[in-house]
Design a protein around this ligand. Sequence first.
Ligand code: NAG
Length: 256
Amino acid sequence: MWLLAVSVPLLPAIVMASGRYRVKVAALCHRALAWALRLVRGKVCVRSTHAYVFTNCTHGRVDSVLETFDLYAETHPSLCISSRIGKLDEVVMRAAPSLVLELGMHCGYSSVRLLRLLPPHGRLLTVEVDPLAAELGEEIILVAGFKHSQFQVVTSSSAEAIPTLRPVLEADKGTGEGFGLVLMDHDPQQYLPDLLALEREELLSPSGCSLLLISRNRRAEELRDVLQHIRARPDRYCIKSDFQCMMERCGCALSD
Ligand SMILES: *[C@@H]1O[C@H](CO)[C@@H](O)[C@H](O)[C@H]1NC(C)=O
């Protein structure tokens, strides 16, 4: 009874608060639903893309693997493959990195594209949070004819992986200086924290590192925070080009 007596005067406040929360809760539900959908569609997509490429390409031939991916993308709207990733070639050739970090490997399409453009001593480190995507992606890289001496798949979240990468770099003779190219194609919410972690761990090559940020659903606002960070530091970053959903950022002098 006393509870009722206390809560009646509070009622307008409670109603107001719940009204305000309703918007928040709705937004939260919306995000959770979008995330779950992406997850399910992502898994189906990874499986079917992998099956198609694995059975239809000529094993051991990189060009055949990429052509089969493209063929699949022509007939199936695919989350894993975006023709815009074709721009990747331009960026890789310009940056000419010997050590590349890829965050989010999906079906292995961009990993294969990257690997075929690296110099003979070049290496790719690719981080994928989904164990299934990591396993199937790794298989595709091997099918394309690359060896484990040329790449390493790290199955974990980017946040967990980044602080463990320094010893990997140091073990790589001649490339111990840092990544010459970082491709971010995982969760855009992670782009800024991951970039900050890469800076903190001094993993970007001081002689210049190209940063490629991919926004798959072309929503500019999902890149807003990370772009703000980059634009605020013209001493560190210069903007090389601005594709519709792929940004190339070139880290110039990375000294503090
Ligand atoms: C291989 O390609 C053919 C022809 O495009 C297609 O019908 C078939 O489903 C593909 N195989 C797999 C396992 O997806």
